[in-house]
Design a protein around this ligand. Structure first.
Ligand code: GDP
Ligand code: IMO
Ligand code: MG
Length: 432
């Protein structure tokens, strides 16, 4: 057996959580391979709504094993909150169905403090980070200073913690930022650190695995594995519009490193994208709409961050950027979400090319902030999709929209999502 991969093709929040939840009955294992609690993956069904930050989105399916892979970084406090909510509101056997890699790194309270300090020091050039400590934790990982889940069992754990914390405080003291004024999750540093320490007890109750052996043996035994990406391809540390990116590789090849599987083990690559674009945080966004249509998309699509509650910037679909993501990921199947958000629009625009200076280009440029969109226009379908349950019921104009995307990107759309609920999903083609 091989690993299928699901990734976001834009700037995150494409609806990955919903699609993973829909697909999860087809898989034995769902595994996160990168990112941390900067992610917020929403699952809605029959009136309940869960937002997962660290736990894979297969967790509501009691027959699926969920793995937090070694490429993921973990904040014990946030993970404990997620576990507590699931234990209270869902019929899930967390301690049986959730496994964590020994090699995953820990996000310390001082990583979050540093994230806030760096952002504050950047002033108007700040990234707009989720302030979950992502950048500082991955920096310590690659700088070989980090603390891993496996270290929790070590008698030196608290010494390692103190050493790293002091190192962070030393760095923070070099900035002219009032550290006492920084709160984490609305708490003072000391309060947060106390709860973080308490949360280690929950973390220690989880089954710790050697992810690379576990997954490979599962595959040899015929188990079906889906790797769940976080963030989006345009936030990738190498391929996004640097420095307005996250601190991990978000594209599908990161699965090999983040779970411990060879490249030859990757099979299908599912790319999820919205019918328009959104972005939280700063950075270039050529198709952004700072007008009433942008406000309409935000309101209609409830475009407020699942992790931070921030309003998401909204704009038209960007085809060259989508094609770039499809290329980098080797996408084999496209999943289109939030189609219903466009229901009321008379006219829909799509960025087909960019203009930079006097030149028209179709590739994603090194300096994305220079790209001015060139649009093509299509008629909207101006009707509700609420009662549409199969592809033959889709309005003709929506069919034309799908066709436009497929021909420009060169990959078939297999599923169209028409609402947040698990059941608001239309199969366009079988997934083969
Ligand atoms: P993720 O980070 O990619 O998992 O996406 P988020 O959960 O952060 O954001 C997607 C939001 O859109 C969530 O609130 C979902 O419940 C919602 N959603 C997903 N698919 C659809 C859809 O087809 N239509 C609408 N209206 N909402 C959707
Ligand atoms: P999911 O998995 C949307 C954005 C932040 C910021 C930049 C860097 O829910 O799609 P970071 O905290 O990673 O240092 O922030 O990346 N960002 C996301 N935007 N969805 C996400 O995750 C994101 N994770 C990070 O807003 O612009
Ligand atoms: Mg999200």
């Amino acid at each position: 057996m091989k690993v299928d991969v699901l990734v976001g093709l834009q700037w995150g929040d494409e609806g990955k959580g919903k699609i993973v939840d829909v697909l999860s009955p087809e898989y034995d294992i769902i595994a996160r391979f990168q990112g941390g609690p900067n992610a917020g993956h929403t699952i809605e069904s029959e009136g309940y709504k869960f937002i997962l930050h660290t736990i894979p989105s297969g967790i509501l399916n009691s027959n699926t094993t969920n793995i937090i892979g070694n490429g993921v970084i973990i904040d014990p406090y946030i993970l404990r909150k997620e576990i507590d909510i699931l234990k209270e509101k869902a019929d899930v056997d967390i301690f049986r169905n959730l496994l964590v890699s020994r090699r995953s790194h820990l996000i310390l309270p001082t990583h979050r403090l540093l994230d806030a300090v760096y952002e504050s020091a950047k002033g108007s050039t700040k990234i707009g980070s989720t302030l979950k400590g992502i950048g500082p934790t991955y920096t310590d990982k690659t700088g070989r200073n980090g603390i891993r889940i496996g270290d929790l069992a070590s008698p030196n754990f608290y010494q390692k913690y103190e050493d790293l914390k002091n190192r962070h405080l030393q760095i923070a003291s070099n900035y002219s930022v009032d550290l006492n004024a920084i709160t984490i999750e609305g708490l003072s540093f000391d309060e947060y650190e106390g709860l973080w320490m308490e949360s280690l007890t929950t973390l220690k109750q989880l089954r710790v695995i050697d992810c690379e052996y576990y997954i490979q043996r599962a595959l040899w035994n015929g188990k079906r594995v889906l790797a769940e990406g976080a963030q989006g391809s345009l936030l990738d540390i190498d391929y996004g519009a640097y420095p307005y990116v996250t601190s991990s590789n978000t594209v599908a090849p990161a699965v090999c490193i983040g779970l411990g599987v060879p490249t030859s083990y990757i099979d299908k690559v599912f790319g999820v994208f919205k019918a328009y674009c959104t972005r939280v945080g700063n950075g270039p966004f050529p198709t952004e709409l700072n007008d009433e249509i942008g406000d309409f998309l935000r309101k209609e699509g409830h475009e407020f961050g699942s992790t931070t509650g921030r309003p998401r910037r909204c704009g038209w679909l960007d085809i060259p950027a989508l094609r770039y993501s499809v290329m980098l990921n080797g996408v084999t199947h496209l999943f289109l979400t939030k189609t219903d958000v466009l229901n009321k629009l008379e006219t829909i625009r799509v960025c087909d090319k960019y203009r930079i200076e006097d030149e028209e280009i179709e590739d994603f440029p090194y300096d994305y902030s220079e790209a001015a969109p060139i649009y093509v226009q299509r008629k909207g379908w101006t009707r509700s999709l609420a009662n549409v349950s199969c592809v033959s019921g889709l309005p003709k104009e929506l069919g034309d929209y799908l066709h436009l995307i497929e021909t420009r990107v060169g990959i078939p759309i297999v599923m169209v999502s028409t609402g947040p609920d698990r059941h608001e999903t239309i199969m366009v083609r079988p997934i083969r």
